[in-house]
Design a protein around this ligand. Structure first.
Ligand code: NAD
Length: 260
């Protein structure tokens, strides 16, 4: 294992991706951030991580719906770091609506960002990892990669799809030192979850507080949200030498949700 490792984390200007990028930087690993947001805030996060942890932190604003921009982002990381060792496919969006009203453009966007972007990043990064006999690919899936909830057709379909991609890439990397795993979080209190509370309330005819208690935390037997720090720690472990034999697996971190 090279030291320091060099990582790209998609969708890391916020939430889980930022938690993973922060955990990587704390390990002394270089990170390329990606995602949308206010340019000044993103620069503050980038410079802050760099200064606190003494690592190289870059930012590339590639839109995960655009394969050409994705290819350029991976190429930029390889050039800037010298090599890419870790790829975390984390960017994702959600839309909550009954299937009969589900907007077609939302279906297309969710499939593109939550599933196809991971194919494009992996396609661009895989040859280099194989040639160097080391690579760690982590896909942020979801409990919704294993079980469904109503009103989330596109999200559940994309997350089930990313487990198939994870397993296939794991098999292709198995003899080349390249592992590919999925992390399947339950509910994490990020902007993605905050934003769906009003829509879920509308779709189910509930108040927003009822959604948190009866829908969100109802699904999670521990009745607690997963934290981004806990997910970051699992991602760090999956990149370690001790995780070399863990590949093609779905790692649930969901407070017991999918045990039911
Ligand atoms: P978030 O909204 O906090 O972060 C999403 C990130 O993706 C942001 O950085 C955003 O800018 C970026 N992004 C969105 N569209 C993009 C695009 N077209 N191109 C590039 N970047 C884009 O959400 P989060 O909760 O941290 O979600 C991160 C991942 O975790 C998603 O894949 C999500 O499905 C998954 N997940 C979240 C939860 C949860 O409860 N929050 C649970 C399971 C899985």
């Amino acid at each position: 294992m090279a030291s320091p490792l060099n990582a790209v984390v998609t969708g890391s200007t916020s939430g889980i991706g930022l938690g993973i990028a922060t955990a990587f930087a704390a390990e002394g690993w270089n990170v390329m951030l990606n995602g949308f947001g206010d340019p000044d805030e993103i620069e503050g996060v980038r410079a802050g991580l760099e200064e606190k942890h003494g690592v190289k932190v870059l930012y590339n604003g590639a839109d995960m719906t655009k394969p050409e921009e994705i290819r350029e982002m991976i190429a930029e990381a390889e050039t800037a770091f010298g090599q890419l060792d870790i790829l975390v496919n984390n960017a994702g969006i959600q839309h909550v609506s009954p299937v009969e009203d589900f907007p077609e453009e939302k279906w297309d966007a969710i499939l593109a960002i939550n599933l196809s972007s991971a194919f494009h990043t992996i396609k661009a990064a895989f040859a280099g990892m194989k040639a160097r006999k080391f690579g760690r690919i982590i896909n942020t899936a979801s409990a919704h990669a294993l079980v469904a909830s109503p009103f989330k057709t596109a999200y559940v379909a994309a997350k089930h799809g990313i487990l198939g991609l994870t397993k296939t890439v794991a098999l292709e990397g198995a003899e080349h030192g390249v592992t590919c795993n999925a992390i399947c979080p339950g509910y994490v209190r990020t902007p993605l979850v905050e934003k769906q509370i009003p829509d879920t309330a509308k779709a189910r005819g509930m108040t927003e507080d009822e959604v948190i208690q009866k829908v969100i935390l109802e699904a999670q037997p521990t009745k607690q949200f997963v934290t981004v720090e806990q997910i970051g720690a699992l991602a760090v472990f999956l990149c370690s030498d001790n995780a070399a034999q863990i590949t093609g697996a779905a790692h649930e971190m969901d407070g017991g949700w999918t045990a039911q």
